[in-house]
Ligand binder design. Structure first.
Ligand code: NOJ
Ligand code: CA
Length: 677
């Protein structure tokens, strides 16, 4: 049926136009000409975009549009009413991060579209075209026929032009973001959370994600047929997945495109698509490590709840402060310090009081003790999913944190997917999703409130990272993946996990993975599928400006040699280089410390042994460096008692040298390079 006949059959008014003619594509290229975007309108007035790189099609024509809950969808009878192109090239500075300076260089193509129906709705699709990919978003100006917009789903498609291999985790299942990555043909993906990373048949790597997720719901993608996908927005509590009014825009839909896995990691596209810092001076936040009254709870030996096994006692916390002070660690996280954990708190945070310590946790004494030793506490706000209950306490919670000298608060939303509790002022309750529009807004309210009190946020069970730490640099870390805690329990993270995570989850930004379990033991002595050297490597490989020293003081006392690396490794970087890597197999990353000349290299592998060589050409020429090498012992193996075998050795190296190091099954290595004066 022709579009006009169809519209008439549906009772929609149309302007009397014949079928639209296909328009010539509107195109633009990236600054170096390698990435090209085209937007076309077909004979039914449907808009589609495509993306190619160096002449090869990456995204075949893919449709654009919206399904609405209460008015006709937007996808047919569109016409191009104008276009604008502009160039942008600026370098900006990150207050903390993996790179100090970031160049933001793109060509922007804005295509104005207008419906040829009586509704005559107008919008633009804006593409920012980089040499390493594309971001695009829809922008709707305020208009009479769209005073409010209720989005049932976004019809944006991503039709990959080739088969490939995809690393992806399922979306909308009960355990939120905490699934292992699947590795399947692209044509076998079902519904995937983003970032999803794909190695196309010709070797080109592509990462599909989104940037600047603000007042909108998170996007997953569902495969429609072959290698084509369509956006699938996170549900809301009502009919519409997203509600907007007045002028609005979507987050950026992003495609990072590179020759190899290293190139994907090194892209700055997501950060660049976010707005600059809105908080101004953030110098009160200093990146650093933290110990924590934590691993014993995760292993089930101590409890969050009060009672004989309570972990957050003044005595225990004092011991952790002593341990932190002795190792130059500036923070101690304390979980279970507050009233509210005694009952069944999973999915039920109604008893949580974020300003009321338990009677065996002497907050004032501990803060004073910590001050003497140069150690601050990190507060913990576990909401159990009772998000409104938390919001109702914002002021007293963050006032308590600020009064107690905290620089960082860790939040938590432990409840199943789709079970976040929202309570409106009229007393009505709703069940929301962790990445739905309401929670996206809630998380930003937490971060903005915390900023007023000069507190940084590390969110667990969060909304995925979309580069908002550029705009809100007090949003310093988040979880959003299976972290170390899974190694305490049954069903441990497999050896390839971190080599998957680097090229998928880490594209979102800092992760509070909580590395450094040198004991390599979870609950009841169960073996973690790693070597010690790999635990050290994680401090370099998995970036976070707040990095946990996650094992217990007693366990660290058993490993003084490896502990030196944990003491030395910084958490803030001037520069980062991915030296090599294949998704899910291995990766080697070198980082230069901020405010110093030292370099740190970390590598992690999978279940296979391999030898990795890399040049030290990132070192300053003419300088000599002492290399402190922490490598898997010759007989190290994650499957045996030898997983603790580590060799620590020193060498003198220059920028013209190379290093060749063996990674054991389940292993890795860490290297510290300090200039010799
Ligand atoms: C899950 C978090 O990831 C973990 O770090 C925390 O200890 C527990 N929730 C309790 O809040
Ligand atoms: Ca978690």
């Amino acid at each position: 049926m022709k579009a006009t006949k169809l519209a008439a059959a549906l009772g929609l008014a149309t302007i009397a136009t014949p079928a639209l003619a296909e328009t010539a594509p509107v195109t633009a290229t990236s600054p170096d000409g390698s990435v090209r975007v085209a937007l076309t309108i077909d004979g039914d007035g449907r808009a589609a975009y495509s993306v190619s790189r160096s002449g090869k099609v990456i995204i075949a024509p893919s449709k654009l549009g919206f399904l609405l809950t209460d008015t006709p969808k937007i996808d047919r009878r569109l016409a191009i009413s104008g276009q604008e192109v502009r160039d942008f090239d600026q370098t900006w500075t990150q207050p903390w991060g993996e790179w100090e300076h970031i160049r933001n260089n793109y060509r922007e193509l804005k295509v104005h579209l207008k419906e040829t129906t009586a509704l005559a709705r107008i919008f633009s699709v804006t593409f920012r075209i980089y040499d390493d990919g594309v971001g695009f978003r829809y922008e709707f100006p305020g208009q009479p026929n769209m005073a409010s917009t209720n989005i049932a789903d976004e019809l944006t498609e991503f039709a990959f032009a080739q088969e490939g291999t995809a690393w992806w985790k399922p979306a909308f299942l009960w355990n939120r973001e905490e699934y292992l990555y699947n590795k399947t043909p692209l044509s076998a993906v079902s519904t995937a959370a983003t970032p999803t990373t794909i190695k196309l048949a010709d070797g080109t790597h592509v990462a599909l994600h989104e940037a600047a997720l603000v007042d909108y719901s998170g996007m997953a993608v569902t495969r429609t047929e072959g290698t084509a996908f369509r956006a699938n927005l996170t549900p809301g509590a009502g009919e519409a997945k997203v509600r907007k009014s007045g002028a609005w825009n979507t987050p950026w839909r992003t495609l990072i495109i590179a020759d190899d896995a290293a190139g994907i990691y090194q892209s700055h596209l997501m950060l660049n698509l976010n707005e600059p810092n809105k908080l101004g001076d953030i110098s009160w936040f200093k990146p650093g490590k933290f110990a924590g009254v934590w691993w014993n709870m995760i292993k089930g030996e101590w409890s969050w709840a009060r009672g004989p096994r309570h972990g957050a006692t003044s005595e225990n916390v004092k011991r952790y402060i002593d341990f932190a002070a002795a190792n130059g660690i500036p923070h101690v996280l304390v979980e279970g310090w507050n009233v509210g954990w005694d009952g069944d708190w999973f999915g039920n945070g109604h008893d949580m009081d974020f300003a009321q310590p338990t009677e065996d946790f002497d907050a004032d004494m501990l803060v004073a003790y910590g001050k003497k030793k140069g150690v601050r506490l990190i507060g913990h706000h576990e909401t159990g999913g009772a998000a409104t209950h938390y919001e109702n306490q914002f002021d007293k919670a963050f006032r308590f944190a600020a009064d107690h000298h905290y620089m960082v608060v860790k939040t938590g939303y432990v409840t199943d997917a789709g079970q976040m509790e929202r309570e409106d002022p009229d007393g009505r309750k709703y069940r929301e999703w962790h990445e739905g529009q309401w929670m996206v807004n809630h998380q930003l309210r937490v971060v903005e409130t915390a900023a007023k009190y000069r507190i940084a946020i590390d969110s667990h069970e969060p909304v995925k990272g979309t580069g908002l730490h550029r705009t809100y640099p007090n949003w310093v870390a988040r979880e959003g993946m299976r972290g170390m805690e899974y190694n305490a329990w049954g069903g441990k993270n497999p050896p390839e996990h971190e080599a998957n995570v680097v090229f998928t989850r880490m594209l979102e930004g800092p992760m509070d993975f909580t590395p450094g379990i040198l004991s390599l033991e979870g609950e009841r002595g169960s073996a973690i599928l790693s070597t010690i050297a790999k635990q050290l490597a994680l401090y370099v490989v998995l970036y976070s400006p707040v990095q946990m020293v996650a094992d217990t003081p007693e366990n660290y006392a058993k490993y003084p040699g490896p502990m030196k690396f944990i003491r030395d490794v910084p958490t803030d970087w001037q520069e980062t280089r991915v030296l090599n890597g294949e998704i899910g197999d291995y990766v080697t990353i070198a980082r230069k410390e901020r405010g110093g000349e030292g370099w740190y290299v970390g590598a992690v592998g999978d279940e296979e042994a391999r030898t990795v060589s890399f040049k030290l050409d990132f070192l300053s020429p003419g300088k000599r460096y002492k290399a402190e090498i922490y490598r898997d012992g010759d007989d190290a193996d994650y499957r045996t008692e030898k997983r603790h075998a580590i060799t620590i050795e020193g060498k003198t190296m220059t920028s013209s040298d190379s290093l060749t190091l063996r990674i054991a099954p389940g292993g890795g290595f860490a290297v510290r390079l300090v200039p010799l004066s």
